[in-house]
Write a new protein. Structure first.
Length: 165
């Protein structure tokens, strides 16, 4: 009995603090856009398959993190996340989909692109990984050769200064 009361209290507190349920929700969110769609549901019970099918059928880019899957009152709640946007999806058993689109701004995009190598359903972002890898090696080799040439130049200056005295 005590454990049940504790769990009910925990659920009640958790629902009152939605910003603590996920690190993505803790960010300041601007420009919320809501839209709806009617979909044909895939014939499966696997949450991941359903989330990916819904994401693909509405033409979204991004990941559907499994830790954000929730079932409440015959509605499947999940998120699709990509740099700069987060989609909160609510799929009911009759196939109606309600979407809340959160636009996060330019700095979260810059932060999320920092180590990104690819993005599901995006042709451009598959090139982004190769571009960042190439850029990393060019900067690293440029810095290394610059330090090497600087040390060689200062050694030659020391020799020239010593010989001129």
């Amino acid at each position: 009995m005590g454990r049940t009361v504790c769990l009910q209290l925990r659920r009640a507190l958790w629902s009152q603090l939605p910003q603590l349920q996920s690190p993505l929700r803790a960010k300041v969110e601007y420009n919320v856009v809501e839209w709806q769609a009617q979909l044909a549901l895939p014939d499966t019970d696997d949450d991941r398959t359903i989330a990916f099918a819904v994401r693909d059928s509405v033409g979204l880019l991004g990941w559907a993190p499994w830790w954000e899957y929730r079932h409440r009152d015959d509605v499947f709640h999940f998120q699709v996340v990509r740099p700069g946007k987060r989609y909160q999806m609510h799929l009911s058993t009759d196939g109606s989909l309600q979407v809340e689109e959160y636009r996060l701004g330019i700095w979260p995009v810059v932060n999320q692109l920092h180590a990104l190598m690819s993005l599901p359903n995006s042709e451009f972002m598959s090139w982004w990984g190769a571009f960042t890898e190439l850029t990393f090696w060019v900067v690293l080799l440029s810095a290394g050769s610059g330090v090497y040439l600087w040390t060689r130049l200062s050694a030659e200056r020391r020799i020239a200064g010593f010989c001129s005295v």
